[in-house]
Design a protein around this ligand. Sequence first.
Ligand code: TA6
Length: 298
Amino acid sequence: MLSNVLNVQYGIQGSIEFKEGGAGFSFVHIKNANGEAVISLYGGQVTHLQLKDDEPILWVSPLSEFTPGKAIRGGIPICWPWFGPHSSDPLLPQHGIARISNWSVVNTCLLEGDQVRVILRCDQDRIDQLAKWEGVELELSITLGKTLRLDLCTRNRKREAIVVGGALHTYFRVEDIHQIAVQGLESTHYRDKLDQYKRKFQEGGVVFTGETDREYLDTKSDCILIDKAKSRSLKVSKEGSNTTVLWNPWQVRSEEMADFSDNGFKQMVCIEAAITANDEQIIAPGENHILSQTITLL
Ligand code: TA6
């Protein structure tokens, strides 16, 4: 069992443990005095997070498949090296290859302040098979302290520059979509995917009354997710990104997606640190780009 080997090499008693899960996937379970998290090595995807003994923070569809080639529906999918459909090849997977690739463990360690860190690397053979991406490396550092922080590092080992897009496509669990608000995007322009990507202006806080699919532009702001029904507020901060995506599929879209529970839309919202379209990042030879998201329970 892969988990047994990983536990010998990377397990840390009481803090980091590898276990087999659905469909034979290997998961790393991390915990400290502040909370716990679970990460699937398939997709490099965080699938569970709890902070300060509060209720779970991430949403995973009960109908999510755990099968190779299919993205896990929920948690924190890694969209890379592009966001949405590929710009020219419709045969390439939506949101890139990272979330449907195997990831290996690079390192695990305990840091000061009771922090636990796991560093994963996306399967290099999978990246090298992607035209124009051979020689580009992708690593994800996941740090659980009083917060959960993800650092997605793209390293350009090629002789020419690359242009990378993507997102940390985080599905937050909420009690009732009708009773939440997202603050931090006031007075920000956004592209509305549901209206031919028309550029619009966000006056006040964001509330959800129907399908919502928006790319907020030129914003480095923290977002505050206010969940009135759960009496909980979360801060979602980011680095390395000027675009924040908000998404809720609402009823009809949820019913159209086989791996999305029909009423699941009522209990989730995606707040994504993104580098999309106008915000894709040019990485010079030998340079890196780091896309980060930090989740804090307020
Ligand atoms: O992040 C929003 C979005 O781009 C939506 O347009 C929707 O496609 C969503 O991602 C989910 O995409 P997926 O490929 O995971 O079904």
